[in-house]
Write a protein that binds this ligand. Structure first.
Ligand code: FAD
Length: 433
């Protein structure tokens, strides 16, 4: 009999909850992965860098399995088709995987569990991608928190060494099922193209984390960890990272708590995928001007800090957090464009795209989210630049033409007029809030 370990957003062999339990099950283990066509068919960009990232991570796992005379088994198709295939191929006894909290994933896992159980195969799922799940940090009355500060206090008060302990999968490596290597399908064979591999490193310097609170707000510097994509696909263990954060820098640990805060929020309020947390915000009369939106997307608003951010995003798949806040505020307040438009654009482009964090932060920027800044706080791009990119190093890197007269006269709208308009339109929608 055989056990499968189904990898999804936990693309590593070390300190991995499901793999640890699979290896201890007593059955030889085959790690498996599905290139899920339900998801991939919706991706318009066939040179999507995230596919390259995933592919590289799978190849890396394959390399680690080779000396153990084992292999990863990768299927391209729907998850149900994949498991039908594996049920034919292996004498399956059990499938191990880690919890995935997004609405699509929950439905997918329920369908697969049903299929397996009908075939007499057990399905086991574990917490792996967070320290605390949605119901582990709640108010004393059992309700979910909707404000970050008390949530983070409770989170920290619950944290002890037990939660950060690593799963020692390396002690059980002899339990992988031994068979010939099954090559990982090429990107081309699943309808995608290879892209440049300019991915951030998965092991940040201790010094970076140690000084994070002093460097994190300056987009010209390499002052943040760039681990978002590794957390997204599980090429780093959240427990290992949280251990490091706890030891080196509380501000960094707090960022990891934000990540769990938004995951918790989306789990409790799945309707937020489409709707505002504060319902009155869905009455805002967005202008949704398509031409302005296109200018925002390509970094041609005439506001250097906004354009720099969008160009960085388009060119690299990354945008610094400070600039994400500025560009998001600009789209929703200055251009009065529905936050869902911006959210969808970031979802296409960000390497570290994460539904819960993206949605939560966009709603924060638009003012519609839980614990969001009051709507009348409209970021001033010039003041933000003055504060966080004083030497103009970041904006010049991405907008070298910023001093040319043609650029200087190309602003999409004057700041004061935009601010006034935003206050009026928001104010009208929210007068009864
Ligand atoms: P660091 O500053 O080094 O932080 C370490 C980790 O903490 C991050 O990788 C991330 O996992 C977590 N984190 C930090 N800030 C936040 C935050 N505000 N909310 C949630 N988690 C946080 N983050 C995503 O992971 N995916 C997204 O799709 C995403 N979309 C965003 C959209 C907008 C409009 C804004 C304002 C922010 C968004 N963020 C998102 C949050 C944040 O900008 C990124 O996590 C961060 O910039 C990633 O860079 P880093 O890994 O260097 O982060």
């Amino acid at each position: 009999m055989i056990a499968l370990c189904w990898l999804r957003r936990d693309l590593r062999l070390n300190d991995q909850a499901a793999l640890y339990h699979a290896l201890r099950s007593g059955f030889p283990v085959v790690p498996v992965f599905v290139f899920d066509t339900n998801i991939l068919d919706d991706l318009e960009d066939k040179a999507d860098r995230r596919l390259q990232f995933i592919h590289d991570a799978l190849e890396n796992i394959q390399l680690q399995l080779k000396p153990l005379k084992s292999t990863l088994d990768v299927f391209s198709g729907t998850p149900e088709a994949a498991f039908r295939h594996w049920m034919q191929k292996y004498p399956l006894k059990a499938v191990y995987t880690n919890h995935d909290y997004e609405p699509y994933a929950r439905n997918r896992d329920a369908a697969v569990a049903k299929l397996l159980e009908a075939g007499g195969i057990s399905f086991h799922s574990y917490k792996d991608q967070v320290i605390f799940e949605q119901n582990e940090v709640v108010k004393d009355n059992g309700e979910p928190y909707t404000v970050f500060t008390p949530y983070s206090k409770k989170w920290l008060s619950k944290l002890d060494d037990r939660h950060l302990r690593s799963y020692p999968t390396e002690e059980y490596h002899t339990v992988f099922y031994q068979q010939e290597v099954i090559p990982v399908p090429s990107l081309r064979s699943i309808g995608f193209e290879e892209t440049v591999r300019n991915f951030p490193d998965s092991t940040p310097e201790d010094a970076l984390i140690r000084h994070y609170d002093k460097t994190r707000d300056y987009p010209a510097e390499q002052g943040t960890s760039r681990l978002g994509v590794h957390l997204r696909f599980g090429t780093i263990s959240i427990r290992a990272l949280a251990r490091k954060a706890r030891q080196l820098n509380q501000t960094y640990l707090k960022e990891l708590i934000w990540r769990e805060f938004y995951q918790m929020i989306l789990s409790h309020f799945p309707h937020l995928v489409h709707r505002s947390f504060r319902p009155a915000y869905d009455a805002i009369q967005w202008r949704n001007n398509e031409e302005e939106f296109a200018r925002w997307c390509r970094g041609a608003t005439g506001y250097p800090i906004v354009d720099a951010g969008m160009r960085e995003l388009n060119a690299t798949g990354f945008m610094h957090n400070r600039v994400r806040m500025i560009t998001a505020s600009f789209l929703t307040k200055h251009l009065l464009t529905d936050w869902r438009w911006g959210e969808a654009y970031f979802a296409q482009k960000l390497l570290d795209y994460e539904l819960a964090s993206n949605n939560g932060n966009w709603q924060w920027a638009a003012g519609s989210g839980c614990d969001a800044a009051p709507y009348f706080r409209v970021f001033n791009p010039a003041l933000q630049t003055e504060k966080f990119d004083k030497g103009l190093e970041y904006v010049r890197r991405w907008v070298p033409e910023m001093d040319e007269p043609a650029y200087m006269s190309s602003a999409i709208i004057a700041h004061d007029a935009a601010r006034q308009r935003a206050l009026e339109v928001y104010g009208k929608a929210l007068k009864n809030e």
